[in-house]
Design a protein around this ligand. Structure first.
Ligand SMILES: *Cc1c(COP(=O)(O)O)cnc(C)c1O
Length: 387
């Protein structure tokens, strides 16, 4: 079986995890701090909070930005449901901005149009979450300029994008946003089994996120309402959660981080090879913006439906699965999910995302994919398109 994405684990990873298991701290020890330091060193951000998932990281990011009832959060329909659900956890409302047909990222032109209307209606968003789809950064300069003009905050959902760069600088450095979130789910660029991280350069947001990560509890005398009762003392000053990452996971993450650049380079090699091998087929390969160095979490092809008729998108997908190639589809437009339809969203709301969904297939892309496997994927795709 060839999967669309999967983790790559080395003996060094296993040794790092074993060392934690043989130590006294399984959680909240030195491994968590070392992992956060490794991500800070990679990105150049000031503060990092390792948590048990990117979903949790999105939640504490929204809480830190004081999202609540009556507020709006906007994101892209072409994402995993977690990018939108975080607003609902806070009692806020969600809306969507359609994608750019070339990058499949949230489109800044659509964003501006929607902001102009929202301003008139008095319904401007408090937070916008651009998602660096497939690892390719969004047009962050344009989004940041709109954030400045319309007064919203920006959380980058960089779940696909650690190791990527925008205008030559690492994703996660916070130049164009308030908070950046990474995911370390096994299919992502580096993994901790389950895990995520929230990064910021803002000291106030950092303090809040550290509280929300762990029950709203602090041991920092400066955050307390009065002097400590004694050395045992802590205070709960907010309503937080238990979103902590274990040291077992963090040790795996820190070990994986040492290979981040190699992973992303290998993904680029695979992408270049696909680009060349697929060039004559009736499909579109991933377009890359000149501002972007993608982390290439995904390699998405779009079928040219008119050219391949009467063969359908579903038939191509099924033929690849029948050959044990575990292709996938990222993403079903979030606004078409039944849960979101119940809020009034429907098919037709975001035509670019919907058209994309009718044509897209994520074909295998991960660092341990061999050239032979890649050739088999290409040959299978060629056969599926010529049935
Ligand atoms: C994977 C993913 C998430 C959620 O990550 P978890 O770590 O599984 O919670 C959120 N947003 C996007 C875009 C993702 O791909």
């Amino acid at each position: 079986m060839i999967r669309y994405g999967q983790q790559h684990i080395t003996q060094a990873d296993i040794d790092a995890v074993t060392a934690v298991l043989n130590s006294t701290n399984l959680t909240q020890g030195s491994a968590g701090i070392a992992f956060e330091q490794a991500v800070l060193a990679e990105t150049g951000a000031r503060h990092a909070f390792a948590v048990n998932s990117a979903t949790s990281a999105l939640h504490i990011a929204c809480l830190a930005l004081e999202l609540g009832p009556g507020d709006w959060l906007w994101t892209t329909p072409n994402t995993f449901v977690a990018s939108a659900n975080c607003a609902l956890y806070c009692g806020a409302s969600v809306d969507f901005v359609d994608i750019d047909p070339k990058t499949y990222n949230l489109c800044p032109v659509e964003l501006e149009k929607k902001l102009i209307k929202a301003e008139r209606a008095g319904r401007l968003p408090k937070i916008v979450i651009p998602v660096h789809f497939s690892g390719q950064p969004c047009d962050m300069a344009a989004i940041a300029a709109l954030a400045e003009k319309y007064g919203f905050k920006v959380i980058e959902d960089a779940s696909h994008a650690i190791g990527g760069r925008y205008k030559g600088e690492p994703i996660g450095n916070g130049r164009y946003s308030d908070i950046t979130v990474f995911s370390f789910h096994p299919v992502k660029i580096v993994t901790t089994g389950e895990g995520g991280m929230a990064l910021t350069n803002d000291d106030t947001l950092a303090t809040r996120m550290s509280l929300y990560r762990s029950h709203g509890i602090t041991r920092d005398p400066q955050l307390m309402t009065h002097e400590m009762d004694g050395p045992w003392y802590y205070q709960q000053v907010a309503l937080g959660y238990n979103y902590r990452m274990t040291d077992i996971q963090a040790a795996l993450g820190a070990s994986q981080m040492t290979r981040l650049h190699g992973y992303v380079e290998r993904r680029h090699e695979i992408a270049r090879r696909y680009d060349a091998l697929l060039a004559d087929l009736p499909l579109t390969t991933p377009w890359q913006s000149p501002d972007s160095y993608s982390a290439f979490h995904l390699y998405v092809i779009r079928l040219n439906l008119e050219q391949i008729a009467p063969i359908t998108h579903k038939e191509v997908f099924e033929e690849l699965r029948a050959r044990n190639i575990m292709v996938n589809l990222h993403y079903i437009p979030v606004h078409t999910q039944p849960y979101y339809q119940k809020m009034g969203f429907d098919w037709g709301d975001h035509p670019e995302s919907e058209q994309y969904y009718r044509e897209a297939i994520s074909i295998p892309m991960h660092p341990s994919l061999t050239s032979d496997e890649q050739d088999f994927v290409v040959a299978s795709l060629r056969a599926a398109l010529q049935q």
